[in-house]
Design a protein around this ligand. Structure first.
Ligand code: G3I
Length: 344
């Protein structure tokens, strides 16, 4: 890590910016508004903020005819006040759907609900948003639908064109925002993920053929430190194919779960850092890559504590900063990947 003595003085946002990239993270209203020390560290490290949950349907649509932007607005204002970029996620996702949705949305009114939702939310933040995840996780091969599409209410009621429609409505509501198709499990060299990469590419090709206003792909990059089936060349090829369609690439939700690694956290930290560096080096080799976001900044606040808890009950360590907000080896792995990017 001696080579990193220089970057250790700086921040991830500075390391990214030096190579024409944006680094940032997801966080939540309840964290940034209540933990001043965390907010300070967030501003030191990040150039872009994404609300982890506050712009989801569940959060902004308490009832069919009411929108509640209170928490999203607080975060947008936090970003504005401190000179951070702000990104939005997700406009359409099959999860985090409010209870009223299934009783209310049907074949007759689905198009109106989709259009109205996207128009209202995107217009509300128009001019303030760097990028929107318009459709999140739209491919799921196990659902066995044509073209590998995920079985969502939108697909059921509107057919595949719901994707094109969502992008068109978003583009009209905020012509400046970068519009993103975002998905997970397209990172590793497994049969399932190879098949998913193919389906995603085909979807992007169909959208480009229709002249859908889509500008980028988002790779969530929820990685696992215990997984070794990583093939840089296959990922590179995928990114090249995406870029050749004129699309940009963002890493939108990166973290490296340490479930399955030994209890000893020094071993875990080394492996997690290695995964960050290896993965990002490949991603950053692609000139179309414009941003890297982690899904959280500190191990103190991560969805993985609940969703990928360790069998030995040790606290998970998937993010760049530890629970005391100090940089871990993962921080250095990311910084080092930024530093190695050839200047564009
Ligand atoms: O806000 C309520 C709180 O009032 C209540 O007391 C508490 C009790 O469980 O729940 C709180 O809501 C939780 C919410 O996070 C806010 O913390 C939900 O239960 C919980 O399901 C929700 O989980 C989020 C999950 O998406 C589902 O929306 C995670 O924080 C968030 O990290 C995760 O993020 C997703 C991305 O949006 C899409 N990609 C995958 C990623 C990880 O699953």
């Amino acid at each position: 890590m001696a080579a990193n003595a220089k970057v250790a003085e700086a921040s991830l946002k500075a390391g990214a910016a030096a190579k024409g990239l944006i680094y940032g993270a997801a966080s939540q209203h309840k964290i940034l508004s209540s933990n001043a020390e965390f907010a300070r560290r967030f501003l030191e490290e990040c150039a872009i903020l994404v609300p982890e949950n506050e712009l989801k349907w569940e959060a902004v649509r308490p009832s069919p005819d009411r929108f509640d932007f209170t928490k999203g607005d607080w975060l947008a204002q936090f970003a504005r006040k401190h000179g951070l970029l702000f990104r939005g996620t997700p406009l359409l996702w099959y999860q985090a759907i409010p209870d009223w949705f299934r009783e209310t949305v049907n074949r007759q009114n689905a198009e109106q609900f989709l259009t109205n939702h996207i128009e209202t939310v995107v217009k509300h933040y128009a001019g303030q948003i760097h990028s929107w995840d318009v459709v999140n996780e739209g491919i799921h091969l196990p659902d066995r639908q044509p073209d590998g599409l995920r079985k969502t209410p939108w697909l059921k009621f509107l057919g595949e064109d719901y994707i094109d429609l969502a992008f068109r409505v978003a583009a009209q509501a905020d012509p400046q925002a970068i519009l993103v198709y975002n998905d997970y499990d397209i990172d590793y060299d497994t049969r399932e993920q190879e098949a998913k990469r193919k389906s995603v590419l085909k979807l992007l090709e169909r959208l480009k053929a229709k002249k859908t206003p889509i500008h980028a792909i988002g790779l969530q990059a929820h990685l696992s430190a215990a997984e070794t089936r990583f093939n840089p060349n296959k990922l590179r090829k995928f990114l090249g194919d995406v870029a050749s369609m004129g699309l940009k690439v963002l890493v939108t939700e990166m973290d490296v779960a340490d479930r399955g690694l030994p209890f000893d956290y020094t071993i875990r930290d080394r492996r997690v850092a290695q995964v960050y560096e290896e993965y990002l080096s490949v991603i950053l080799d692609e000139p179309a890559t414009i941003a890297v976001l982690t899904w959280g900044l500190s191990d103190r606040y991560t969805w993985l504590s609940q969703h990928r808890a360790r069998a030995d009950n040790a606290k998970v360590r998937p993010l760049p900063l530890d629970r005391d907000l100090k940089p871990k080896l993962a921080w250095h792995g990311i910084a080092s990947a930024f530093e190695s990017r050839s200047s564009t």
